[in-house]
Write a protein that binds this ligand. Structure first.
Ligand code: SF4
Ligand code: SF4
Length: 319
């Protein structure tokens, strides 16, 4: 693929259309080491967002009208200041989301968090690559499927996933191999049937996410000699309708050290915000960031393939 292929394909630069979400990546420590992990997190992770950067994120949220904060990692629960940070984030009218692997909530020192999440009405998003135990465990590690289901039950008991409770529990699906996800609506029906009927657990929405050709998944593509074919599939599946809703157009993502990125995929690739907009939380400038030019690369074809993919799931309307 020639340099600049993505901008050529979309006919010019991609630009932001506001800031609806401040995503905060609190570090790369995780209790799991999933095969598809694009941030390369695991138990040996050493990056921990300093308290001063967390305070700066809170100052930005207080000073701006950004309506949502999205906390991710690693496993955010393993950050020593996570309870304080979530309490400070949870202001009236602001949506707070935590991306949790759920298995961590069974670990010593984290078992209080389901109650805190419910008290603060935090929205929860968890990854469950498949409704099938064996498939999920192959990607996330032995026994993880059971642990996730156990925690989903605990959260259901607190009201999460129950119609009308307002306590949101969404599940993320991503393919197990080097292919695009299927239709989100059909997969959601399958998950609901399987998790509901067989496991007795509730969730609100399934989000389908394309595996991005970066991090551990890129290593997998290289090992299996599938890299070029997968990148070719992504580019050939380019769908212009997805450009309205790729997440970078409405998000700023903060790295563990306070560097600003257009999305967490760019974080992994160490491609900070560029083109004259500030690239540090210490120099956050809402006006300049909300209409910045986005730093793109070939990996962006992962967000625009087929029905599209973002943190919110498939992106193009009507898919
Ligand atoms: S995918 Fe999530 S749960 Fe798995 S290792 Fe990465 S950060 Fe941890
Ligand atoms: S990877 Fe996706 S979200 Fe990130 S800059 Fe590219 S298109 Fe935007």
């Amino acid at each position: 693929m020639p340099a600049g292929a993505f901008e050529q394909r979309i006919g010019g630069p991609l630009t932001a259309a506001g800031i609806e979400v401040l995503q905060v990546n609190v570090g790369d420590r995780c209790n799991l080491s999933c095969r598809h992990c694009h941030v390369g997190a695991g138990p040996a992770g050493t990056r921990v967002m300093p308290r001063a950067i967390l305070e700066r994120c809170l100052a930005v949220l207080r000073a701006s009208a950004i309506p949502a904060v999205d906390v991710t990692g690693g496993a955010p629960e393993l950050h020593p200041d996570i309870r304080w940070f979530l309490r400070e984030c949870a202001a009236p009218g602001r949506r707070v989301t935590v991306r949790s692997n759920f298995a961590v909530l069974l670990e010593e020192g984290c078992r209080d968090l389901p109650d805190l999440y419910a008290d603060l009405r935090v929205e929860l998003v968890t990854s469950l690559p498949s409704w099938d135990e064996e498939h999920t465990d192959r990607q996330r590690g032995a026994g993880v499927f059971r642990k996730v289901v156990t925690v989903m039950r605990q959260l259901n008991e607190r009201g999460y996933g129950a119609p009308g409770s307002g306590l949101v529990l969404d599940v993320v699906h991503n393919p197990i191999g080097a292919y695009l996800p299927g239709c989100q609506a059909a997969l959601e029906r399958q998950y609901r049937e399987s998790l509901g009927a067989r496991q007795g657990v509730l969730f609100n929405r399934l989000r389908c996410i394309t595996n991005m050709p970066i991090g551990r998944f890129l290593d997998f593509l290289r090992r299996t000699e599938n890299r070029d074919e997968y990148l070719g599939t992504l580019e050939a599946s380019f769908n212009p309708a997805t450009l309205q809703s790729v997440m970078c157009r409405s998000m700023v993502s903060v790295g563990w050290d306070g560097t600003l990125y257009d999305c967490d995929f760019n974080q992994v690739l160490r491609l900070p915000i560029d083109h004259g907009a500030p690239a540090s939380i210490l120099a956050f400038d809402h006006e300049r960031l909300r209409r910045r030019r986005i730093t793109v690369g070939d990996h962006c074809f992962g967000c625009t393939a087929g029905p599209g993919s973002s943190c919110q799931g498939q992106a193009a309307a009507g898919r």
